[in-house]
Design a protein around this ligand. Structure first.
Ligand code: NAP
Ligand code: F7E
Length: 332
């Protein structure tokens, strides 16, 4: 068992919860960063609430955009590993709030790198959550050799973070790396992302709570994996001899429309009876095709995905159905 400390930003998000579970299982102390909100914390922390009784799990309040809070928290906890998962992670939203997105996704990671450097944390290792969105218009299969061509404010900001992470690695000899992760989903996925929007709507339609699901571009192709598999790759990347960037993907791509078909067939529903296109959900520019080549990670890290497309769709649909049925039973 490890006696290391990991500092994880984005603890209220999908990946923060799976990564915390993995690290606690390995014996780490996990310090999770949560930003202040005037609203209830209970709902935001629901994916990690089962970890709250664990003495090795600590929540700190702070914000990656506030360099003082990053400097102070890292000085206090002196973590062995820092995982920066915090982001404004919705690509469509980044067109509506480009400046906020850039502050969080570009300046935020720089604040953390500077906090590590200023505190002289020479042995602290840093993981940056990079993304397949960096490839933008360059069609797949995309590997570590594929050039970047971002097409959204989200991806532009993430490209800055990707480059500045490599810059700190080279300039200060830091163990700092980026995982270029393709889309990964789970029952804990935010409800505004397309997979979860679809599984939740199908479950609602099945139970008679909803009639119509409105979506945007059904032709976009994505390489969808399971978040639980992907957080293992994050840990592996920080536990090598040398810091390197890796692609993490399934090597399979599917249209959004195929995900709809798969889930609606699980629910015994006809897509044409319930799904409508609403241009509101189109983006000014959408990435057309993502298909990752993660052979380098398989070879060097020994990483391999376990959950495939059909299993993922079923896992998410069944989890949403169960949540909604439990809610209905509680209200009866
Ligand atoms: P997520 O569910 O949207 O979680 C994002 C987290 O960041 C939330 O906990 C959010 O907190 C936090 N956050 C936002 N702004 C912050 C700030 N200024 N200071 C501190 N925390 C802040 O995202 P995810 O799916 O877990 O993804 C994790 C990371 O991987 C993100 O960086 C994302 O861009 C990247 N990524 C994700 C995917 C994917 O398919 N999931 C693929 C590639 C890369 P609140 O609860 O306060 O909003
Ligand atoms: O969209 C299309 C949409 O929002 C997937 C983030 O985790 O992965 C994620 O970004 C596709 C796009 O994810 C709706 O136009 C159609 O083509 O689920 P999404 P994303 O944009 O791929 C990457 C790797 C990240 O790094 C990001 O952080 O689905 N689509 N209709 C729709 N998308 C949404 N959200 N809602 C719709 O109604």
């Amino acid at each position: 068992m490890s006696n290391k400390t990991a500092f994880v930003t984005g603890i209220t998000g999908q990946d923060g919860s799976y990564l915390s579970e993995l690290l606690l299982d390995k014996g780490y102390k996990v310090v999770g960063l949560k930003r202040y909100s005037a609203g209830e914390d209970k709902n935001r922390l629901k994916h990690v609430s089962h970890l709250m009784q664990n003495n090795n799990f600590v929540i700190e309040s702070g914000d990656i955009c506030d360099s003082a809070s990053m400097i102070n928290l890292l000085a206090e906890h002196r973590p062995d590993e820092v995982y920066n998962l915090a982001a404004q992670s919705h690509v469509g939203e980044s067109f509506r709030t480009p400046i906020n997105t850039t502050n969080i996704n570009a300046v935020g990671p720089l604040n953390i790198l500077e906090a590590i450097r200023i505190n002289n944390l020479d042995n602290t290792r840093f993981y940056q959550a990079s993304t397949s969105e960096l490839f933008g218009d360059i069609e797949g299969p995309q590997s570590e050799e594929t050039p970047f061509s971002p097409v959204s404010p989200y991806a532009c900001a993430k490209l800055y973070a990707h480059n500045v992470t490599a810059t700190y690695r080279k300039s200060y000899n830091m163990y700092a790396c980026s995982g270029i992760l393709f889309n990964h989903e789970s029952p804990r996925r935010g409800e505004h992302f397309v997979t979860r929007k679809i599984t939740k709507a199908a479950a609602n339609i099945k139970l008679g709570n909803q009639e119509i699901l409105e979506l945007g571009n059904l032709k976009a192709k994505r390489d969808w994996g399971f978040a639980g598999d992907y957080v293992e790759a994050m840990w592996l990347m920080l536990n090598q001899e040398k810091a390197k960037d890796y692609i993490i993907a399934t090597g399979e791509t599917h249209e959004v429309g195929e995900f709809v078909e798969e889930v609606f067939s699980l629910a015994g529903l006809k897509v044409k009876d319930h799904v409508r296109i609403n241009p509101k959900f189109y983006r000014p520019h959408d990435v057309p095709l993502l298909l990752g080549d993660s052979r380098k990670a398989e070879r060097e890290l020994g990483w391999k995905r376990k959950v495939d497309f059909k299993k993922l769709a079923r896992m998410m649909y069944e989890a949403d159905l169960e949540i909604l049925e439990n809610e209905r039973n509680q209200n009866e």
